[in-house]
Write a protein that binds this ligand. Sequence first.
Ligand SMILES: O=C(O)CCC(=O)C(=O)O
Length: 278
Amino acid sequence: MPKALSEAAIRQYRDEGYYFPVPVLTPEETLAARQKLETFETGQGHALDGAQRSKSHLLFKWVDDIMRTPRLVDAVEDLIGPNILCWNTVFWIKEARTPSYVGWHQDLKYWGLDNDELVSVWIALSPANRESGCMSVLPGSHERQMLEHDDTYHENNLLTRGQEIAVKVDESETVLMALEPGQASFHNVKSAHGSGPNNSSDRRIGLSLHYMPTHTKQTLADWDTAALVRGEDTFGNFVHTPLPTMDFDPDAVAFHTRATDATRKIVYKDSAAEAHTL
Ligand SMILES: O=C(O)CCC(=O)C(=O)O
């Protein structure tokens, strides 16, 4: 008996590689998260940047809390079972009326993880729709072979290498995953997805969380980290991230530096940018 998702939702996720919308945060929780993010950004005088956008649960306790929200983790458990790690938490922010986009890609291509069970959850902290550049997904692409990707390093592509699937994706076959604030989409780590620019007058703010079963292995590095969010980890393939006791907990911040350095090495491995970024 599933804990949070309907049988039909689970079937759709398995057959098509995605499911949305799933309400995961209340309006109050969503507003509070956005306010905490933007209060921090105002304090530092600029938007989140660089490594602040990755493994952010180590910097912000409220992101760690979102990562462990029972109604969210229940839905993840319905898809991947009870022993759950979260590999990464990433902010995807497109400022109002800016050309930033995310090229069509498959997450598994660059993450070094050894299976396709990982589920990416993307939570909207502001309206995500066609105008603001929400994600689109190519149904069924999780069932196919991994596709070739080109590293474009395009300045407006938010992906690390500006990667793009090498063949043209037929937009008429894709599904727009529009979300209200507080709703989430779920996609399989092999599902092809991307998003266009934000033509709206508000920021488009998303937080993605990458959940995987504890038996997952990292194939591109000897040392990698993940948060144990539910169940037990009898495999020990990832060093567990510490639980922050507050925002910018010094121990968690020190760990964040090591953990994001390791992630950077993984996602840039064998790329032209590797020499400049490591
Ligand atoms: O935020 C976006 O538009 C894309 C995010 C993405 O690629 C992901 O969460 O895997």
